[in-house]
Structure formats: structure tokens, C-alpha cells
Design a binder for this molecule. Structure first.
Ligand SMILES: Cc1cc2nc3c(=O)[nH]c(=O)nc-3n(C[C@H](O)[C@H](O)[C@H](O)COP(=O)(O)O)c2cc1C
Length: 211
């Protein structure tokens, strides 16, 4: 079975092979596939199963262009303007940096964007706010992967939250929790994401400082 065939990909295989995909083609994503992906997302958890969320699908070129400009401002501010410094420091691999830079410059070309939105908590100080939606966002990204569609959880547009809220016609008390561009990968592969070794990050019973 092809890896693009959802029936051919085991859950654990998917969990181990879903890195951020930032080189995306403009090939359209069918409404039926998108619906399956969103339906998998909303099976995710929220506190008390409140589901105080909205999933905004954006395909409109003008809206994407405006938000992509705001995203590039965020990119420039946090990464682009420090390009040489970041690459020299080794804090990000050159391949990752270039991929993130590519996404920043081509964001609007991704055929579908999804904004997962929480309704109500704009003034919340709850540090666990995101826990009522990020599980579902991960489900969205994994379901997309099962259909051969790549994604990245992004937030660099967020300095323009008010502008995004207005463009998406969101209520005052809503917050966009991410922008997830979706598209069929144009390059790269479904490799296992690199992470710190388990023995460095797992603790038995109690946390302890490790040098
Ligand atoms: C809270 C959060 C915000 C992120 N924002 C961005 C972003 O704005 N742009 C981007 O390219 N990637 C963004 N990422 C993706 C991370 O860079 C990515 O998950 C991490 O580098 C691991 O990538 P990998 O799974 O491919 O190894 C974000 C991830 C998280 C969890």
C-alpha cells in the first residue's frame, strides 16, 4: 500500500514520521480530503469536552497575502534579521533555517490554511489554555500526513493578532492558536523528527537536574 493511502499507515508509523513540512506545492487539496482531516482534528480533547473552538479554513488569496506579509514581518524580526548569527551559532540547523525561511517567503502558496481558534479566552491568564486545542491541532497534522499532506504549526503572524481577528471575522474574545498551512510536499521526506534522547528527558518519579 502507498504511504499516501491512509489505510496503509499505522498510527505509530505516522507518529514517528511527521516532521514539519515547509516546502509545499500549490496543488489543490480536495474538499473531501480536507473534511476527513478536520473531522479527525475535532476528535481531539478539550477541557470538559467544551469544544469552544472554531476551525477557520482559508483559501482566499487576498487574505492569505495580507497575513503572509504579517508573518514575514515576524520572521524578519525573530529570525531573518539574525540570519548569519543564527547559522553561525548552530542553534538551528542550516537545513531547518532554510526550510523555515522558504516557508516564510512562500506561505501564501500553500493551497489551504487552517486557523485553530479558541472562542472566549482572549483575556485568560490560564497557562494551560492551549491544552484545550493543541491536541486536536496535532490530530489535524497527523490526519493530513496520513493523506500525504504536509503541515507546520506556525505562530509568527501573531504580532498582528488583531488584524487577523478582523480579517477572519472572529469575535473580540477569540484567539487564533496557530496557522497551519497545508499542502502536498514539494520536496523533503517523511523522516523521523530529531529529538533529544529519551534518557535525557524522561524522569522516574521525580525531576532532577542533569548536567
Ligand atoms: C508553539 C509553536 C510555534 C511554532 N511556530 C512556527 C513558525 O511560526 N514557523 C515555523 O516555520 N515553524 C514553527 N513551529 C514549528 C517548529 O519549529 C517545529 O515544530 C520544530 O522545529 C520541530 O520540527 P520537526 O518536527 O520537523 O523536527 C512552531 C512550533 C510550535 C510548537
Amino acid at each position: 500500500m502507498s504511504p499516501e493511502d491512509p489505510a496503509g499507515l499505522s498510527l505509530l508509523e505516522g507518529l514517528h514520521s511527521t516532521p514539519a513540512r515547509r516546502y509545499l506545492s500549490a496543488e489543490p487539496i480536495g474538499d473531501d480530503v480536507l473534511r476527513v482531516i478536520l473531522d479527525a482534528a475535532v476528535r481531539g480533547p478539550s477541557g470538559g469536552n467544551s469544544q469552544r473552538w472554531a476551525w477557520i479554513v482559508v483559501r482566499d488569496t487576498a487574505v492569505k497575502r495580507q497575513i503572509a506579509e504579517w508573518y514575514r514581518e515576524g520572521w524578519e524580526h525573530s529570525y531573518g534579521s539574525r540570519r548569519e548569527q543564527i547559522l553561525a551559532s548552530g542553534s538551528m540547523s542550516p537545513a531547518n533555517f532554510r526550510a523555515a525561511e522558504h516557508l516564510a517567503h512562500h506561505l501564501e502558496e500553500a493551497p489551504v490554511w487552517v486557523f485553530p481558534v479558541l472562542l472566549g479566552p482572549a483575556r485568560s491568564r490560564n497557562p494551560r489554555l492551549g491544552s484545550s486545542i493543541y491536541g486536536a491541532v496535532q490530530q489535524l497534522m497527523l490526519a493530513a500526513r496520513a493523506h500525504g499532506i504536509g503541515s507546520t504549526l506556525t505562530t509568527l503572524y501573531a504580532a498582528h493578532e488583531d488584524g487577523v481577528r478582523a480579517l477572519l471575522n472572529l469575535p473580540e474574545d477569540a484567539i487564533t492558536m496557530a496557522l497551519v498551512p497545508l499542502g502536498y510536499p514539494a520536496r523533503g521526506r517523511w523522516a523521523q523528527p530529531k529529538r533529544r534522547p529519551l534518557d535525557e528527558v524522561v524522569f522516574q518519579e521525580r525531576y532532577e537536574e542533569r548536567s
